[in-house]
Unconditional design. Structure first.
Length: 219
């Protein structure tokens, strides 16, 4: 028994040493992967998001809305510059909000973005995404040109504008049909609600929009 215990201890020690050596060998690769995730090109960030959308579409029925939402939420958070977009949507009214309301709005805005993609990207029938290239844009941003090809319908152009942040490239606007700024549309809607009806009414309006997306009433 003593011999068995001694042998087990030796094997355990060797296993621990082996694991430590493997961890040391993997550190450069892990660091490189982390650096790639942080500094990956704008085109790669946009393409990765489109792939996540396509996966969600392919499994839309099995996942249901809540499953699609849960799957896409972390992808949205790491792809979009939520703080920047949340502020710009409210325009000059942002300055008048206390920090508690700003934080509440940033969180709800992330909910809205996620709900938009979870609610609208359904009905997979063989669609594919194509990344067409990238162009330099205003204020040191990059425009990534992509297209959703549908074998049973017209292609949809979805272009992403990205800015380089401390965390890497992040989407700051989406242009539907190539030219229609999603950020401008939301700013037109929500800054007016905030100005005319106040912050509680803004939250109520956005929550109603999220509810409509969940029910499939806004596609």
């Amino acid at each position: 028994m003593a011999s068995f215990v001694s042998g087990a201890r030796k094997r355990s020690a060797l296993t621990s040493v082996h694991a430590a050596l493997v961890a040391l060998l993997l550190l450069p690769a892990l660091a490189s992967a982390a650096d790639d995730a942080k500094t990956g090109g704008a085109k790669e960030v946009a393409s990765s998001f489109n792939e996540a959308l396509l996966t969600s579409m392919k499994n839309a029925d099995a996942l249901g809305y809540k499953g699609r939402y849960a799957q896409l939420r972390p992808v949205v958070v790491r792809t979009f510059d939520i703080p920047f977009m949340a502020e710009k949507v409210l325009g000059r009214h942002w300055e008048g909000l206390p920090e508690a309301e700003r934080a509440q709005w940033r969180e709800l805005f992330a909910d809205l973005l996620t709900a938009t993609y979870a609610g609208r990207f359904v009905g997979y029938r063989g669609q594919t995404f194509a990344t067409l290239g990238e162009e330099n844009a205003a204020r040191d941003t990059v425009l990534v040109l992509t297209r959703l090809d549908d074998p049973k319908g017209d292609p949809v152009v979805i272009n992403y504008r990205l800015s380089h942040t401390d965390a890497g490239w992040r989407v700051v606007d989406v242009y539907l049909k190539g030219t229609v700024s999603e950020l401008a549309l939301r700013r037109s809607d929500y800054s007016a609600v905030l100005e005319q009806q106040g912050f509680p009414a803004l939250l109520e309006a956005v929550r109603a929009k999220i509810g409509a997306l969940e029910r499939g009433e806004d596609r």
